[in-house]
Ligand binder design. Structure first.
Ligand code: PGA
Length: 275
């Protein structure tokens, strides 16, 4: 209970310090949901999150086929906003099967997940490519959610901080200060994604603080303080509250638990438990 009290104090302090940092929860549907299922899930989320405060946005990063319908369902909703899970580096051209930032934007997307570990693994995305995608997102006013995180063997060797630092050095830290200001970071330890194994709140906090330090070293402490850093990896109703209550964890990027409206809504509500 004392710990709970400590959290409340910290949150109040955060407000007193007038931190600009936004809390946010993003759904990552990955390659799931038929057309009808996507519409039904969006409708259920909108219905259940009617009272969600506008300063705590909720993002639905959906497959491309859903983006137009989801953005229409979210029309006039200031809190729940549409996003995509990937973009190409180029605006247009002979890239069969790909979707560009301006195309996603024209269909209503406002956010774009960039550099997810599944894209890095299955589609050979390198930090250099991820940087180009971040630039493409910014050029077309899509707000990127940059994913970073280490595989299990790196964590076991206790090299996780160095690994994530390198990912950031080669991507995020090469952005301009203005671009940095409009970028969200998601720490997703690969060993926790879709495995049911979650990072402990302490492990998440340690890495989030580390990421914030890297941002501070490049862009200054105010920029670092203002950056929203999400946790992702088996985040669900049962553990969201303890993760989100960590001082440097500003919300979550939610895969499996975002596919069921009740679960996703419960995760979103965990943001406010200690408010
Ligand atoms: P998970 O996925 O919640 O299913 O672990 C998170 C993600 O990969 O974004």
């Amino acid at each position: 209970m004392n710990a709970q009290k400590g959290i409340v104090t910290f949150r109040q302090k955060k407000r007193l310090n007038d931190t600009m940092r936004q809390q946010l929860v993003a759904a990552n549907w990955k390659m799931n949901k038929s057309w009808e299922e996507g519409v039904a899930l969006t409708e259920a989320i909108v219905q259940q999150l009617q009272d969600q405060p506008a300063d705590q946005p909720v993002v639905l990063a959906v497959p491309f086929i859903h983006i137009k319908a989801v953005s229409e369902l979210l029309e006039g909703n200031n809190t729940i906003r549409p996003g995509v899970q990937n973009i190409h580096t180029e605006d247009s051209g002979a890239y069969t099967g790909e979707i560009s930032a301006p195309m996603a934007k024209s269909a209503g997307a406002e956010y774009a997940v960039v550099g997810h570990s599944e894209r890095r693994k299955h589609f050979n995305e390198t930090d250099g490519l991820v940087l180009m995608k971040l630039k493409a997102a910014h050029q077309h006013s899509l707000k990127p959610i940059l994913c970073c995180g280490e595989p299990l063997e790196v964590r076991e060797q206790e090299e996780h901080k160095a690994y994530v630092s390198e990912q950031l050095t080669n991507s995020l830290l090469k952005l301009s200060a203005g671009e940095m200001q409009n970028t969200i970071v998601a720490y997703e330890p690969i060993w926790a994604i879709g495995t049911g194994k979650t990072a402990t709140p302490e492990q998440a906090q340690e890495m989030h603080a580390h990421i914030r330090e890297q941002i501070a070293a490049q862009f200054g402490s105010q920029a670092a303080e203002n950056t929203t850093i999400l946790y992702g990896g088996s985040c669900k109703p049962a553990n969201a509250e303890s993760l989100f209550s960590q001082p440097d964890v500003d919300g979550g990027l939610i895969g499996g638990a975002s596919l069921v409206a009740d679960d996703f809504v419960a995760v979103v509500r965990a943001l406010n438990v200690n408010a």
